[in-house]
Write a protein that binds this ligand. Structure first.
Ligand SMILES: Nc1ncnc2c1ncn2[C@@H]1O[C@H](COP(=O)(O)OS(=O)(=O)O)[C@@H](OP(=O)(O)O)[C@H]1O
Length: 323
């Protein structure tokens, strides 16, 4: 039987909230998602069938510094990873990118903590900011916060990543030159094998994964960093999420039954989530259609990335098999 929580009265002071204002109601699905969020504030957990259980008596949720960070990589599927993880009742994540370790470090840890959602003891607090991956000072700063933090990074074929990055910029600036003209220099004779890759162009530069990985591994042992396969997160999200849950020491809750493949979007979507009980996909800024790119440019980029990918596989101890 499904239960949902509805709230009759909300006091401003959280501590004054008592269970007498909570009534379990049956089959009122429109209130369910709000109930899920509020129930967690009140010290309830829910299983994947939305059955509520009280976690621990008299526990008041508090904001804590993150135990887990999604540190990158931009355009590799970091939002999908976070939204999928949010399906887990023992995970609470900041809604938007906080950018603490790159832009707002000067504001201090109390500022950062305030950006986090309140959690109960035993629940994981997390946030994702993909630019941490390439922020030189981030590993040292993250280590200063908590040397035991767990790190998640999603990676995908750097050529697809570069095109995705470009597509995002082009959606904001339609006058942007073609991808081919930005990715290659000396291409007056066409985008052939004699053209040089512009290694300084950010969409290209960010695909050299070995350099940032080396920096993170100088601070953190390999066992604290999970490298998630961005391609597998699309074709088999449940399998990839099983790895993530195991790494985080979580009960296996996110499984096949949470996903369906939406053929119009071309991506896996959710049957239900923390905030919605109806099937839905990630927003329209995720899973954009990419422009046609000249195959010679793609070939040139693949050649360019080959040695870097090899170096990355060696450091990572995983062969991602990118073409
Ligand atoms: N389930 C699902 N739905 C939609 N999109 C998905 C999904 N899984 C992975 N992806 C891929 O994620 C790409 C966006 O990556 P990020 O979320 O890391 O982007 S960002 O750095 O936060 O801007 C996004 O890039 P684009 O395809 O270029 O839009 C997708 O390819």
């Amino acid at each position: 039987m499904r239960h949902i929580v509805s709230i009759r009265k909300i006091e401003i002071d959280e501590k004054k909230l008592t269970l007498k204002y909570i009534f379990l109601k049956h089959h009122i699905s429109k209130y369910r998602s709000a109930g899920v969020r509020f129930a967690s504030l009140l010290g309830f957990s829910f299983d994947d069938n939305y059955h509520y259980t009280r976690l621990k008596k008299n526990q008041v949720p508090v904001k804590r510094l993150p135990d887990v960070l999604v540190i990158g990589v931009k355009k590799c599927g970091t939002r999908a990873l976070l939204e999928f993880l949010r399906l887990h009742p023992d995970v609470r994540a900041a809604g938007s990118e906080v950018h603490f370790f790159d832009k707002f470090y000067h504001k201090g840890f109390e500022w950062y903590r305030d950006k986090m959602p309140p959690t109960l003891e035993g629940q994981i607090t997390m946030e994702k900011t993909p630019s941490y991956w390439v922020t030189r000072s981030a590993p040292k700063r993250v280590y200063a916060m908590n040397p035991g933090v767990k790190l998640l990074a999603v990676l995908r074929d750097p050529v697809t990543r570069a095109i995705s990055d470009y597509t995002q910029s082009a959606s904001k600036r339609p006058s942007l030159p073609r991808f081919e003209d930005l990715a290659l220099i000396n291409n007056s004779a066409g985008w052939g094998s004699s053209s040089m890759v512009d290694a300084t162009w950010p969409p290209v530069r960010l695909g050299v994964y070995a350099r940032p990985l080396k920096r993170w591994l100088r601070r953190f042992p390999r066992s604290r960093l999970l490298l998630i396969n961005g391609e597998r997160l699309i074709v088999d999200p449940a399998a990839e999420m099983a790895r993530v849950q195991e790494f985080l020491g979580l009960k296996l809750v996110i499984t096949e039954k949470h996903f369906y493949f939406n053929s119009t979007k071309g991506f896996p979507c959710l049957l239900k989530s923390e905030s919605r009980s109806t099937p839905h996909c990630l927003g329209k800024t995720k899973g954009r259609s990419h422009p046609y790119i000249d195959p010679k440019t793609i070939e040139r980029l693949r050649d360019y990335y080959k040695p870097f990918n090899k170096q990355f596989y060696q450091l990572a101890g995983i062969n991602f098999g990118w073409p």
